[in-house]
Design a protein around this ligand. Structure first.
Ligand SMILES: Cc1cc2nc3c(=O)[nH]c(=O)nc-3n(C[C@H](O)[C@H](O)[C@H](O)COP(=O)(O)O)c2cc1C
Length: 196
């Protein structure tokens, strides 16, 4: 068994568009990871039942969210992950709502790390991340805002280093396939992420 075989990798797809630009980029990233000998659990956030954070304070004493929905499984996936991929289109200058709802529910990890002083452990391979974003406009602000939110998420779940891949001016469904370098970049990012 190679070391890459043992990596726990979870990927969050934050676009509602099947075969859309984020989906295609993520698939190439996963191809790169799988060619490295590792496998990926992909979570299509648009298909999950996730209630937005209620700011109820239920996680403050325990670090555990009290809402019972699909986040229960996702909390376990994040807890166990050695590598986390966040892939989102840019919607209104930031990450998609599908992505942001999941991130907000990670407030329980925030409490666990910063209030209870119990950060998620680094595990055998360290915890690393990859952020993939694609926007239809050519305005950098979407990438800047999305990056800030994603960084806060990653650090909260003890992912202390992450790579960023972003593409702007890609709007039509599947248009990323016509980009001169994007899919190759995504594949390479996958290989890099699986390197141990
Ligand atoms: C609700 C909505 C809001 C959007 N807002 C932005 C935006 O603020 N900036 C931008 O660059 N593109 C914006 N777009 C365009 C998408 O980012 C673009 O179409 C992208 O390629 C979609 O990726 P997907 O195919 O993976 O869903 C928006 C699209 C939608 C549907």
């Amino acid at each position: 068994m190679t070391r890459a075989d043992s990596l726990n990798i979870v990927a969050f797809l934050g676009s509602p568009r099947k075969e859309g630009n984020t989906d295609l980029l993520l698939k190439e990233t996963i191809r790169g990871i799988e060619d490295s000998g590792a496998s990926v659990k992909t979570i299509n956030l648009n298909q999950r039942r996730i209630k937005p954070c209620q700011d109820c304070g239920g996680c403050e004493q325990s670090g555990e969210c009290i809402i019972a929905d699909d986040m229960t499984e996702i909390y376990g996936d994040i807890r166990r992950a050695d590598r986390i991929i966040l892939a989102s289109p840019i919607f209104f200058f930031s990450l998609s709502a599908q992505t942001k709802i999941m991130i907000d529910r990670c407030q329980s990890f925030w409490c666990e790390k910063y209030l209870l002083k119990r950060p998620l452990p680094q595990g055998r391979f360290g915890r690393k991340g990859l952020l993939i974003m694609v926007g239809g406009m050519k305005k950098e602000i979407g990438v800047e805002c999305g990056s800030a939110t994603a960084k806060a998420f990653f650090r909260t779940v003890s992912v202390n280093e992450h790579a960023v891949l972003s593409f702007l001016g890609v709007d039509a469904k599947g248009a990323i396939a016509g980009h001169p370098a994007a899919l190759e970049d995504a594949y390479r990012a996958g290989r890099n992420l699986a390197a141990v």
